[in-house]
Design a protein around this ligand. Structure first.
Ligand SMILES: NC(=O)c1ccc[n+]([C@@H]2O[C@H](COP(=O)([O-])OP(=O)(O)OC[C@H]3O[C@@H](n4cnc5c(N)ncnc54)[C@H](OP(=O)(O)O)[C@@H]3O)[C@@H](O)[C@H]2O)c1
Length: 357
């Protein structure tokens, strides 16, 4: 399995103006993996910070895992196979590096439009998919192009993100050779969304998992939502709280003298994932990177945390019916009080929507 560091720095929503300092702090604190994406709109600043850190000898290029993602706008589209290479070339130029350590297909979704701005972005203000965009599930032709990018030497390792078991199986069928398979699947993983079947499948097939939104994505459009307290679908008896404020997480942290964020990161690491907490605050970056030293969860702690797993997602897909959960904005019923009103209220307040995730 790919030997990725246990903890990396998440870069979604880290704004130009703050991401530069965050990356430099993280590298100084010993962080060895940066989880970026073209869709995060900050690769130029991230690249400047990496270059400075290397020039200042805070880190060596060869010790770093620089990760980026090919966004939906640059999949192969109906015979046009030039898009993935164009996307990688732009990312390499923005990051000022010769190669990426890991390149992920961001979503198994292709969009016809390459520039979303003239069309009003990825979603409408209420969070539903933008109907002006032409979207479809597509990943086979794009993966074929990504394999060529790896063969060119500009990418060391390839992986996918937001892939289900069915999509991984379809990819294996088309690309049966083990060397052509994804080495990573980066998906949302935290105690409210533990995804045991997907985790077991990836383990069986030697696919390393990267855990995104490990702290409950508090600064995203859905970060204030949470599963309802209860025993129905998407409910847990320990619900009613965003993840970082969950009383069970806090109680386990208190037992270890650790913060809730450290408990959540240790949960990821104990499960064998590479955890990707995002922060732009130096004291939190240090807290997060030090999670495993501050908090080693016992088998009993991990067993206790299983009660939180209820399939609740913070990240909602771009296609109706795809990665839905009752906090998807298109649900008006069926979720009960399942986070729907909270999600909507928060979404309205989000200004300057950042595509991707
Ligand atoms: N592949 C994908 O589709 C996908 C989707 C989503 C995310 N991701 C990746 O995963 C990363 C992490 O996910 P995320 O950004 O959704 O959210 P997250 O890491 O779960 O949560 C980030 C939020 O937690 C806060 N925070 C960080 N450390 C904290 C601490 N120690 N105590 C309290 N609050 C803390 C951050 O605020 P401050 O910054 O102010 O500290 C921010 O508000 C992303 O940045 C991205 O790299 C990938």
């Amino acid at each position: 399995m790919l030997p990725l560091p246990p903890i990396g720095l998440g870069l979604w929503k880290s704004a130009p103006g703050e991401v530069h300092a965050a990356v430099k702090e993280a590298l100084l604190f010993g962080c060895k993996l940066l989880d970026g994406a073209a869709a995060y709109g900050n690769e130029v600043e991230v690249g400047n910070a990496i270059k400075e850190a290397i020039d200042e000898k805070s880190v060596k290029r060869e010790d770093l895992w620089i990760v980026s993602k090919l966004f939906n706008t640059h999949h192969a589209w109906e015979g046009d196979t030039s898009r993935p290479k164009a996307a990688l070339d732009k990312t390499l130029k923005d990051l000022q590096v010769e190669y990426l350590d890991l390149y992920l297909m961001h979503w198994p979704v292709a969009i016809e439009q390459t520039d979303l701005k003239p069309y009003g972005g990825l979603r409408l203000k209420d969070g539903t998919p933008n109907p002006k965009l032409n979207l479809k599930i597509e990943y086979i032709e794009t993966w074929r192009e990504m394999l060529k990018l790896k063969a060119s030497g500009k990418v060391k390792h390839l992986g996918v993100s937001n892939f289900t078991i069915e999509q991984l199986e379809a990819l294996f069928k088309e690309f049966p050779d083990a060397k052509d398979r994804p080495e990573v699947n980066q998906v949302e993983l935290h105690p409210y969304l533990a995804q045991p079947e997907l985790v077991a499948f990836c383990k069986q097939h030697n696919i390393k998992m990267m855990a995104y939104s490990p702290l409950g994505s508090g600064d995203s459009y859905s970060g204030k939502s949470y599963p309802v307290k209860g025993t129905g679908p998407f409910q847990t008896p320990q619900g009613g709280m965003p993840l970082l404020q969950n009383p069970l997480v806090k109680a386990i942290g208190d037992k270890h003298g650790a913060t809730p964020a450290q408990v959540l990161i240790s949960w990821s690491v104990a499960n064998g994932f590479t955890c990707l907490p995002k922060s732009v605050q130096p004291h939190r970056i240090a807290e997060n990177l030090g999670a495993v030293n501050s908090c080693r969860l016992s088998a009993e702690d991990l067993e206790e945390l299983k009660v939180l797993d209820c399939g609740f997602r913070y990240g909602i897909g771009y296609l109706t019916g795809y990665f839905d959960c009752p906090n998807a904005p298109w649900y008006t019923s069926g979720g009960g009080a399942g986070g729907v009103p909270i999600h909507r209220a928060v979404y309205r307040k989000v200004k300057g929507w950042v595509v991707g995730g």
